[in-house]
Design a protein around this ligand. Structure first.
Ligand code: NDP
Length: 284
């Protein structure tokens, strides 16, 4: 079987074109939408990601402040910065970068981001709104998976989707979004007894575990669709996914590439959220 490649580049470009037009309209009104990237680390992968977000924002006409708190930032210091940006009228949107300093968890600090500026949907309020099926910002990576599937015409209603990973920023919110699309969802994790037995029954497998090559041919039934969310650094420094593409290709009907699949759509959706936050925040 030929395995189609579910590229995210075309979808990202379409989202970006609309975001740029909305950002231009805001700029001509009360000024460019403004995103604060709060960075409590000195991690090279995070620095690379922050740089790519800054470039994406610049291309779209979104102003971007990087707030460097360093790896020694405390819970109190991070919360104070997030609360200050939440109250700051000049800041439309806030993103907190990970990894967080040793001893600090996302749960310790994310509630300090006001939900109306929480463009990556990490705060407990945003996650609760999603679970309740109410409006709010949803984590961009999870949303990107659903948008990528829909863009490529893959139906979700009534289909069995296996999500591998249950983090608060990818696996769990994705399960909620898929349920809202009427999929039947199984969420797998490191304690799932026989991962392959579960995933091989699914119509769609989403790999979001952060483990290179975890999902291989035996995890996928013939004709299934596979979405690779993983962005892992391989020993040679390249970015690689959670799917062993060599063994899945030829068996799956379609597979999203890494890079070039979920990643560009995630960035595009984050920027769309920034513009939405500015539009709604300024009209209130
Ligand atoms: P976390 O480490 O927070 O969560 C990983 C999840 O995978 C956990 O639920 C864990 O289970 C599960 N898991 C780990 N090992 C196994 C295994 N052997 N079998 C089954 N389940 C397993 O990671 P994130 O959710 O933050 O990220 C997941 C991946 O997605 C990473 O590669 C990350 O880089 C990538 N990512 C990509 C983005 C993009 O834009 N493309 C954005 C965000 C993340 P348990 O709960 O039991 O520990």
């Amino acid at each position: 079987m030929d395995t189609a490649s579910l590229s995210g580049k075309e979808l990202a470009a379409a989202i970006n074109a609309e975001t740029k037009a909305r950002a231009t309209a805001l700029t001509e009104g009360a000024g460019a939408p403004r995103l604060a990237l709060v960075v409590p680390n000195d991690d090279p992968a995070s620095a690379w990601y922050v740089n790519s977000l800054r470039k994406a924002a610049e291309r779209l006409g979104i102003a971007c402040d990087t707030v460097d708190l360093g790896p020694d930032a405390t819970v109190t210091g991070i919360r104070a910065e997030l609360a200050a940006r939440s109250a700051d009228h000049a800041t439309d949107a806030i993103m907190l970068q990970t990894p967080l300093p040793v001893g600090v968890s996302l749960d310790d600090v994310s509630s300090a981001i006001v939900a109306t500026k929480d463009v990556d949907g990490v705060s407990p309020l945003s996650l609760g709104l999603l679970a309740a099926g109410l409006d709010g910002f949803v984590p961009a990576t999870s949303e990107a998976v659903v948008e990528l599937l829909e863009h490529h015409g893959i139906p979700l209603a009534g289909r069995h989707v296996a999500v591998v990973g249950r983090s608060n920023i990818v696996g769990k919110p994705l399960a909620q979004l898929l349920l809202a699309k009427d999929a039947t969802v199984t969420v797998c994790h490191s304690r799932t007894a026989d991962l392959a037995a579960v995933t091989a029954t699914a119509d769609v497998v989403v790999a979001a575990a952060g483990r290179i090559g975890l999902i291989c041919g035996k995890h996928v039934r013939a004709g299934a669709v596979v979405i690779d969310v993983g962005t892992n650094e391989a020993p040679d420094g390249t970015i690689t996914g959670d799917v062993d593409a060599a063994s899945v290709r030829g068996k799956a009907a379609a597979l999203s590439p890494v890079p070039g699949g979920v990643g560009p759509v995630t960035t595009a959706l984050l920027m769309r959220h920034v513009v939405t936050a500015a539009e709604t925040g300024r009209s209130n």
